[in-house]
Design a protein around this ligand. Structure first.
Ligand code: DX5
Ligand code: ZN
Length: 215
């Protein structure tokens, strides 16, 4: 069964506490927290102070997705704010190998995200170091976009790369995931499903989480 990681980007920020309670009482194991800097992506979301407060509401895994330039300047602060997993973008890191070590040295898990234009084989030399690969299935920056179908091919390639390297790596998929395409995404190799609008725009978000879980 996939791990479900609701993306709070799609929640009503005026009722963030209610969103946390809903996820806490749901079948979701992770909180997916999208940090955007207006430079790496053309949007700005939220940062450490918000994550710090969310952290206090939950014992579930806080999965922090950094869509920011120079993430190495901030990973320690995000760990202090409560991150259990920090994912940095392949495209935002000049020294990715060092950045992964930096995150792991904080005692937390390190993820690497790839944008839709980044080929899976670019991960060959770091696959043995990362704890998770996040495959973006939309261009990062906004919720509510359409799933890019080519992602399914990339997931199969990634699964093969991980098997060949005998690496212990989770595959997370993020963007445009709904009840309509989740089964195909899991069949292609996803371990963690991120979903924002499909969950938070639904009349019964917890029911959608349960349905994604049972996929
Ligand atoms: C996009 C973010 C996603 C986003 C997913 O840049 O990384 O986590 O919130 O939202 P949906 O599920 O609506 O595509
Ligand atoms: Zn995300």
């Amino acid at each position: 069964m996939p791990i479900i990681a609701p993306s709070f980007l799609a929640s009503n920020f005026l009722q963030l506490g209610d969103a946390c309670n809903m996820v806490n009482n749901s079948a979701a194991e992770w909180f997916h927290l999208d940090v955007m800097d207006g430079r790496f992506v053309p949007n700005i979301s939220f940062g450490m102070p918000v994550i710090e407060h969310i952290r206090k509401t939950t014992t579930k895994i806080c999965d922090v997705h950094l869509m920011i330039e120079e993430p190495e300047k901030y990973v320690e602060d995000f760990k202090k704010a409560g991150a259990d997993v920090i994912t940095v973008h392949f495209e935002a890191c000049r020294h990715l190998h060092r950045n992964i070590q930096q995150i792991k040295n904080l005692g937390i898990k390190a993820g690497v995200a790839i944008n839709p234009h980044t080929p899976v084989h670019f991960l060959e030399d770091i696959i043995g170091y990362a704890d998770m690969i996040l495959v973006m299935s939309v261009n990062p920056g906004f919720g509510g976009q359409k799933f890019i179908p080519h992602t399914l091919t990339k997931l199969q390639q990634l699964k093969q790369l991980i098997t060949e390297a005998k690496a212990n790596v989770l595959i997370e998929v993020d963007g445009g995931i709904s009840l309509d395409n989740a089964a195909a995404i899991v069949a292609a190799g996803a371990d963690v499903l991120v979903a924002g609008s499909a969950i938070f725009n639904a009349p019964d978000p917890a029911a959608v989480i349960q349905q994604l879980k049972n996929i």
